[in-house]
Design a protein. Structure first.
Length: 135
């Protein structure tokens, strides 16, 4: 295995994209209402530590984009098609596989998995495409 050299701008842009996608995905524009119902909160309720959570989310998004850039670099993916393939593959292995059984154990409805899993499917595919074509 060899050391990869990265263009850090696409990694940063990927993290910003994931963070903004999450803000829209879990907003009233898309899935806030059903998600809030499932987790037992009230619309408009601000959980404690929301700023800390937003910062932690962005740091996590940076880490995810950095690791995904390694996977894409090691795979040699250099097109949108390969980016989609890697994004879907990462989603199946690292999101679908653990989150679907977790929702069963927690007794959560399929909708819960669909909302959270859908976010990661869209996010991983989009970021994988971005990182594959922009080096």
């Amino acid at each position: 295995m060899h050391h990869l050299h990265f263009n850090h701008l696409p990694i940063f842009i990927s993290a910003v994209f994931l963070w903004l996608l999450g803000a829209v995905w879990y907003s009233p524009l898309l899935f806030a209402k059903p998600w809030v119902e499932i987790v037992g909160r009230k619309m408009g309720e601000k959980p404690k530590g929301v700023v800390h959570g937003m910062i932690a989310s962005f740091i996590g998004d940076l880490l995810l984009a950095f690791v995904l850039a390694h996977i894409i670099g090691w795979s040699g993916a250099d097109s949108a098609g390969w980016g989609v393939f890697i994004g879907v593959l990462m989603w199946i292995g690292f999101v679908l596989a653990p989150l679907y059984p977790q929702r069963i154990y927690e007794g959560r409805p399929f909708r819960y998995f669909a909302i959270n899993g859908g976010y990661w499917l869209i996010g991983l595919v989009a970021v994988s495409v971005l990182l594959a074509v922009w080096r």
